[in-house]
Ligand binder design. Structure first.
Ligand code: PMP
Length: 314
């Protein structure tokens, strides 16, 4: 990968994009970030829900008292420029805002706020077969944070220490992913995905008050499901409801819409992708693959007008 990285206002070579070891983020996890996908749709390259992702990024920065030296629009343009520069038609986009050098204490206020955007190629996160056959998951022994510990609405680097414990346990136990419960034992979400449950034709998902990340795919799936006439209920889900669900699926930028075929070795429904999951998944892929965009969710990447640099073989 030899793409350029947008770092504090400039596109620089991949090899030069490094941070100092005394950056606050390395010691205390003080970063906020986003994961966004740019799709190669049948109607050209498009970023899925760019504005909503940027809004969440700036919300996360505000919660952690980070003053971003760029406007939201400037950073959106930086993302588009980084994609154009990469020549990729589809990619994963990772903007990060973090506390750099300045002071070595816990207090981050004296540390400068730095920003970068990286893009790379990325396929199906939970495996290429997962979208069709579904994944095997466990209920994690680590829970989501309590509401008064870490702000769950912020997508902060430090939160992923918890997510990493869940994911490592799941993989070492032979599962693809772990489902976290909230502090009071209700179903929350996966380590990097929101969760939906179907029972008797009604779709359920955890409310944001249970310390889940307010997923942008989650929001899109709620919109898609409601527009197709389904009842979508946001309510606390007891753990055992997972076992007796007709269908379960994960949503997320990385996971897209991934069916779950078993939880703790209990077969879910028929043990493969259920009909409602399939319908919602096809409606989602109709937007991001076919480029049919009734909700205005795709931001087109304009072709860049530039002269070819002769002899530049990089
Ligand atoms: N929950 C967590 C903990 C996540 O990390 C993610 C991925 N950002 C999600 C849910 C899904 O959110 P989104 O649909 O915005 O990617």
């Amino acid at each position: 990968m030899h793409h350029r990285i947008w770092y504090n206002g400039r596109l620089i070579p991949f090899e030069e994009a490094s941070v100092h070891v005394l950056s606050h983020v390395i010691h205390y996890g003080t970063s906020v970030f986003e994961g966004i996908r740019c799709y190669d749709t049948e109607r050209g390259s498009g970023i899925f829900r760019l504005r909503e992702h940027m809004r969440r990024l700036y919300d996360s920065a505000k919660i952690y008292r980070m003053e971003v030296p760029y406007s939201l629009e400037e950073l959106e343009n930086a993302i588009i420029e980084t994609i154009q520069e990469s020549g990729l038609q589809s990619c994963y986009i990772r903007p990060v805002i973090f506390r750099g050098t300045g002071s070595l204490g816990v207090n981050p206020l004296k540390n400068k706020v730095e920003t970068f955007v990286a893009v790379w190629e990325w396929g199906a996160y939970l495996g290429p077969e997962a979208l069709e056959s579904g994944v095997d998951v466990e209920v994690a022994s680590w829970h989501r944070m309590a509401p008064n510990t870490f702000p769950a609405m912020a997508k902060a680097g430090g939160n992923y220490l918890n997510a990493g414990l869940v994911k490592m346990d799941a993989v070492l136990n032979g599962f693809t992913e772990g489902i976290m419960l909230s502090v009071d034992g209700h179903v929350a979400e996966g380590s990097g995905e929101n969760l939906f449950l179907v029972r008797d034709g009604v779709i359920y998902t955890a409310p944001t008050s249970l310390s889940i990340l307010p997923g942008i795919t989650r929001d899109a799936i709620i919109t898609i499901a409601r527009s197709r006439g389904y009842d979508v209920v946001e309510r606390a889900i007891p753990r055992e409801a997972l076992i007796i669900a007709d269908e379960l699926f994960f949503t997320g930028t990385a996971a897209e819409v991934t069916p779950i075929r078993s939880v703790d070795h209990y077969k879910i429904g028929s043990g493969s992708r259920g009909p409602i999951t399939k319908e919602i998944q096809s409606a989602f892929f109709d937007v991001v693959k076919a480029g049919n965009d009734p909700h205005g969710w795709l931001t087109a990447i304009p072709a860049r007008v530039e002269e070819e640099v002769a002899g530049d073989g990089v």
